[in-house]
Design a protein around this ligand. Sequence first.
Ligand code: C2E
Ligand code: CA
Ligand code: CA
Length: 712
Amino acid sequence: MSTINRTAFDETLVSTGERLEERSRPAVISLENFSTLFDRLPIGAYRSSISGRQLRANAALVNLNGYSSEAQMLASVNDISTEWYVDSHRRDEFKSLLARDGHVVAFVSEIYRHKTRERIWVSENAHVVHDELGQPLYFEGTVEDVTHRLNANHLIESSERRFRSLTEKAQVATVLCDPLGKMQFVSAAFERLLGFPAALVEGANLFDFMHAADAIEEREELKRVALGTNSGVESIMRFHHADGRVRRWASIANNCLDDEAVGAIVLHFRDVTDSQLAEERLRHLATTDSLTGIANRARLEEAMASAIEAAKISGGKVALVFLDLDHFKVVNDSYGHAFGDKLLHTIAVKLKQSTGWNNVVARLGGDEFAMLIPQLTSTDALASICQNILQLLAQTTRIDGFDVSANASAGASIFPDDASSPAELLQHADLAMFSAKTNGRNTFRHFAPALAHDAKARGTLVNELRAAVAQQQFEVWYQPQLDLSTHRLIGLEALVRWQHPTRGIVLPDEFIATAEDQGLIDEIGTYVTEQAIAQTARWSKQCQLPLRIAINVSAQELRGKAYAERLQNTLRHHDMPPDRVDIEITERVFVDTHTYALEALNHLRMLGVKIALDDWGVAYSAISYLRKFPVDIVKVDRSFIGGLPDSANDRSIVRALLALARDFKLRVVAEGIERPGQLVFLQAHGCREGQGYFFSKPMPAAEIESRWISAC
Ligand code: C2E
Ligand code: CA
Ligand code: CA
């Protein structure tokens, strides 16, 4: 190791200075300046002899080599060039470059910090200083630690590599574009997910790949992203796949326009087509009635909620029509469920056809349907809409070879007039429907507040009626039927009474409809039939008269053969001849239950039982049913008898009915005879049998016995 003393060192500097001094003055100042600059340079600087001995090293270089002073360093360094380079070839390269060109620029190599042997990267500049004769005097050079910079570059490179491989393999497509959608970078996933070749995608506009309908909004959104006024929420848009399919992509946009490294809007896209479709399928399932394909209750509730929200803002009206088919259960039970399902489907189709596109038709379950009218123009319009629906349903449709028509009861309520919430709207339309049902069915009712009270009472009634059936609180009363000319007892009509524990006697008009709806009518009817036949058989024996018994039967009871079979057993058991039993049905049996009633009635007739058409002449074509259906007896409705003999209208109706019955060779029974004048008129026009308060009110068996049976 060679040692250099400080004096020799200074001499070199001074002599250099003297050489410079000759060309430019004042030399001393410039010398001092140079020395300061040299020492303060932030990068390492040195001067070394041609033989490689270090003559000077500035503070930065001393520091770079791990020393604390120049003297210390110079004392420690023997031949820096051989001790420095990690790869010794670098030293040879350095020397040969310097020899060839006279300088070396940005020569980057890995070196050892001289003192600590720690490996670092440096960038060197060096040149040879010559004397006037062109002889090399010494070397000067700078040394800069570039380890950090290299590492940084290395990091950039590897992060670039990582970025590429991530974006290429990713399921998320990345696009860098300008605020107008011109794409500056498109990741491989973009091409892959859409099936377009890279060449087609590069430099293209993002919106060229997007569904036109979505592009309109998304162009605006991209501008908002550029301005920083977008919502930042993931949005979903449709893209065209190369194969023509439409894909749904969820996108998130980041404004990196101000980020020097990016300078673009960065969009990440995820293909969500499958999950979206699955979600939609689920939603569809969840909101569609599987039987009819129309909306279900959930969908209706949604639609009601949004219609009401909209109406709150617009001040408009929302109407809900609630429809319940009359006697659907009977159809279902007698024709089978498959038939019932077809009928429901037909009704759904009719309802959909009958209504505007923005109305929602839903099946709420069973035979209940609803129609939501989100923008009702007027209350009057509602009534005619409902009437039209009922008429449409009443038109016959052919199902499995049967001509079927459906009657329904409709109820309606209006937001905000009748209800303030979706739930209330539905509830009140339901109440109105129920009111239509109890008012004779096949009609329409608008909600009225009183119905809400009725509903409460009905709830109580239903509960009490169930208890009544369970505890057998029913009793059969009888009303005598007489020969109008002799005033002799020929038979009795059985009329049920409910012995209510607190209210006393409750009349059938108050509970029969509910019993029918609640499926309780079979039990009540069976009881009445049993009692009435047993009682009449006993009375007949008692007074040695072939007394007849008339029993009222609801349509529901005539499903299948069960009723006829039970009746047959009862008749046998009490030794009652079947031809002394009149089964009273109303015309509604035919209207509501169609052909199956025919079967049941024929079955009863085969037993020998007579069929009586009750309330004859009231609502339907009196003649057509007589032709179509097996009827033995007609009971002229008491509403016509009531007007006799004063009302000309009633007189002519009754005359016509009696004539008709004669033509069809039917027995006629007049109901509701209250006054002698009525009796006289009926007798005069050939009516032979009748009943009414004029002769007797309905009475419990014991009273009938004491007043009528023991007397004959
Ligand atoms: P309906 O078959 O028309 O029965 C005749 C009704 O007229 C009875 O009312 C009777 O009390 C009433 N009536 C009889 N004579 C007169 C009169 O001179 N003037 C007036 N104003 N009314 C008279 P009720 O007992 O209240 O029965 C009402 C309805 O309930 C019956 O009408 C019938 O359709 C039904 N019903 C009665 N019992 C049964 C039953 O066991 N099963 C079924 N399914 N329905 C029944
Ligand atoms: Ca009757
Ligand atoms: Ca009647």
